[in-house]
Ligand binder design. Structure first.
Ligand code: GSH
Length: 228
């Protein structure tokens, strides 16, 4: 179509990575507009006035917010290797697990990092249980998408590159190779994939940024706790 493709994203965001990797896997050139989330630009607020979050895809005069919506849009709007299966049932199943990641994994993962004591144990149990269910989807497969990276791999990418970093910053262990052999092996395959590597933020830079924000993560999570 020849229209410009831009991603409003943030350097350390696993959600921005989802949009970028979808474009790269389809072979679509794009411009990355890096956002300072502490001081959101008029461009971001104009294009995502409802959520005010990154990523946002700008395709010609079209605006597409929400990372998983972007991945599906990119798959349908551009030529290139498919990111979703062709069969309707397989597509539905991929969408189910992609949604499972956002609906059932994000919150217990985040809270298990920055809480303490019994509350933390509860969130750890929840996220480990959900990661086990996810791991079950990898049986006999290199990627969730089979031989190639697809929607579920992209949706789960935070658990490949970001999870070990957050474990290190928080001093919490959630996914060991002993407990999650397939998931850990998948994480290595995902992060060492040639196309994926091109849009993974540098590990050392992320580590420094997240370490600097650790107190803020802890205090934000504490302020969310119900007051007794
Ligand atoms: N559901 C959204 C989540 C995106 C999201 O949480 N983005 C974060 C960066 S990692 C953000 O923009 N945060 C800014 C804010 O919450 O004000 C998606 O999948 O795109």
């Amino acid at each position: 179509m020849g229209e410009t493709v831009k991603v409003i994203g943030a350097f350390d965001s696993p959600f921005s990575h989802r949009a970028e990797v979808a474009l790269r896997l389809k072979g679509v050139p794009y411009e990355l507009l890096l956002e300072d989330l502490g001081n959101k630009s008029d461009l971001l607020l104009k294009h995502n006035p409802i959520h005010k979050k990154v990523p946002v895809l700008l395709h010609g005069d079209r605006t597409i917010p929400e990372s998983l919506v972007i991945v599906e849009y990119v798959d349908e709007a551009f030529q290139g290797p498919p990111l979703l299966p062709a069969d309707p049932f397989d597509r539905a199943t991929a969408r189910f697990w992609a949604r499972f990641l956002d609906d059932k994994c994000s919150t217990p993962f985040w809270l298990s990092l920055w809480t303490e004591g019994e509350v933390q144990q509860g969130f750890m149990k929840e996220i480990k249980g959900n990661l086990k269910l996810l791991e079950g989807q990898l049986k006999g497969k290199r990627f969730f998408g089979g031989d190639t990276i697809g929607l579920v791999d992209i949706a789960a990418s935070g658990f490949a590159h970001w999870l070990p970093l957050f474990e290190e910053v928080a001093g919490v262990t959630l996914a060991t190779p002993e407990e999650f052999p397939d998931l850990c092996r998948w994480g290595k395959d995902y992060t060492s994939h040639d196309t994926v590597k091109q849009c993974l933020p540098d590990r050392a830079t992320l580590l420094a940024r997240f370490t600097a924000k650790k107190d803020m993560f802890v205090s934000t999570v504490k302020s969310m706790a119900p007051k007794s």
